[in-house]
Design a protein. Structure first.
Length: 237
């Protein structure tokens, strides 16, 4: 279950910050005010509170960015929301116009164990119905195959760091590939390109997006990565 010490209101703020600044971009008070439907003055007061809690770094008149701790919480709640949207639409056949609100109501109480079970049932989805990226889980696995192999949820450990997939990167970024998501077939396709956990990846924003492909440097070799792979190759940030 979501951490009882973290209110739903705080999770909503962190979720909006993640949606608009997942790769370290500053998110303005105006953006938060519009998306949350809250007066700018109230948003400013909450941002100060979130900074005191260690979840964000806030610069008056400029905006806020997530800290590592804030990112962890934001990714977790965003992941639950988007997996629930996928479940509500694909399995329960809820009308598309209703799924966002229902997912909002459910995300704060969905346990980590239930989230993992939903992910498995849905075959490790990478996109929600709005085609937004579903963040990686924060379980300490290097691939979904490892997750399948661990049947006892009580033995599942959490990662100590955050991840972003290649297609989420919005600035020059480099890091270590630390998780690869997907079916065994997709994992095999990625491995056939010489991409593996532990590889060093460099992404140069602006120059390296070619249609639905991403030009990246992995272990010194330039590779053109299609979108379906880019959504599922995660680097440590």
């Amino acid at each position: 279950m979501a951490d009882d010490k973290i209110s739903e209101n705080i999770e909503e703020y962190l979720e909006v910050l993640y949606r608009n600044g997942s790769n370290g971009e500053q998110v303005s008070t105006t953006t938060l005010s519009k998306e949350l439907g809250i007066a700018p003055g109230s948003v400013t007061q909450m941002l100060k509170k979130l900074e005191n809690l260690g979840y964000i770094e806030y610069t008056p008149y400029k905006g806020a960015t997530l800290t590592d701790e804030g990112m962890n919480i934001a990714q977790k709640i965003t992941r639950k929301h988007r997996i629930l949207e996928k479940f509500l639409m694909d399995i329960l056949k809820i009308k598309e116009e209703n799924i966002h609100e229902q997912a909002c109501e459910m995300e704060h109480t969905l346990s980590d164990e239930a989230e993992r079970a939903l992910c498995t049932m849905l075959n490790n989805p990478d996109l929600c119905p709005d085609n937004n990226i579903i963040p990686a889980c924060n379980f300490d696995f290097e691939s979904c195959h490892e997750c399948y192999s661990q049947k006892d949820f009580d033995q599942v450990m959490n990662r100590k760091f955050n991840l972003l997939c290649i297609s989420e990167l919005t600035s020059n970024t480099e890091g270590i590939i630390s998780f690869i998501r997907g079916s065994n077939d997709l994992l095999d396709e990625i491995a056939d390109r010489g991409i593996k956990v532990g590889s060093h990846l460099i992404y140069e924003f602006n120059d390296n997006r070619i249609g639905n492909h991403y030009l990246v440097n992995i272990d010194g070799e330039e590779l053109n990565i299609p979108l379906d792979m880019a959504n599922n190759i995660f680097i440590r940030i």
